[in-house]
Design a protein around this ligand. Sequence first.
Ligand SMILES: NC(=O)c1ccc[n+]([C@@H]2O[C@H](COP(=O)([O-])OP(=O)(O)OC[C@H]3O[C@@H](n4cnc5c(N)ncnc54)[C@H](OP(=O)(O)O)[C@@H]3O)[C@@H](O)[C@H]2O)c1
Length: 211
Amino acid sequence: MTTIGLIGAGNIGSQIARQAVRHGYDVVVSNSRGPETLADLVAELGDHARAATAAEAAEAADIVVVTIPFHAISEIPAEPLAGKPVIDTNNYYWERDGHRAELDDFSETSSEQLQARLVDSHIVKAFNHIYASAITEDAQDAGTSGRRALAVFADDEAAKGTVAAFIDAIGFDTVDGGALSESWRIQRDTPGYGPRLTAPELSTALAAAAE
Ligand SMILES: NC(=O)c1ccc[n+]([C@@H]2O[C@H](COP(=O)([O-])OP(=O)(O)OC[C@H]3O[C@@H](n4cnc5c(N)ncnc54)[C@H](OP(=O)(O)O)[C@@H]3O)[C@@H](O)[C@H]2O)c1
């Protein structure tokens, strides 16, 4: 049984958790306030879910999901995530997160900054361009005509493949966007950010992105 550990259980984290349990995964959810504050979500998710601290969720996980406000990435405990695929759903919004010069001038991506923070983990950028509600509303079985696609970016090909297989299992095609340095192509204000796109449409949108 594959376990998904979620660091962050808000809009996006709770939706990924719902899709994961629907498709046979175990999930461990966490937030900043403590496991007791997640009792309602765990009750909704059922027997394949439990709440824990962020460190415990990471330790239990085969795949970790970091889905918190970007400014909080410095608070993530790095050691329990070492060696694991880590899905990075996060977006940099300077209005919320404060200005970071390297992100404002496109010389780095937010996913590269998360990779630098979690140096022994394998970051895979995904889910950052889909509205939280659509994670359950747009999910369809593999092979469905017109199925929505999500982009994946990573420097580690094995981790990218593991995460792409998870995304396929819970409802979406994937498009390989390349390395983390290319993930600016799916940041806010790019053509692929937000709309429901199939794999060919998303590939076109990634290619059309401009800094
Ligand atoms: N909302 C969307 O539709 C959407 C779509 C794509 C991508 N995103 C991106 O995905 C990320 C999460 O967005 P969201 O809308 O899900 O946010 P959200 O609803 O505000 O939830 C954030 C979650 O992160 C937790 N958290 C904050 N700091 C933490 C820490 N240090 N350790 C552990 N957990 C922590 C919060 O816990 P507490 O409540 O206990 O503080 C909460 O569970 C953001 O970077 C966002 O830009 C959002």
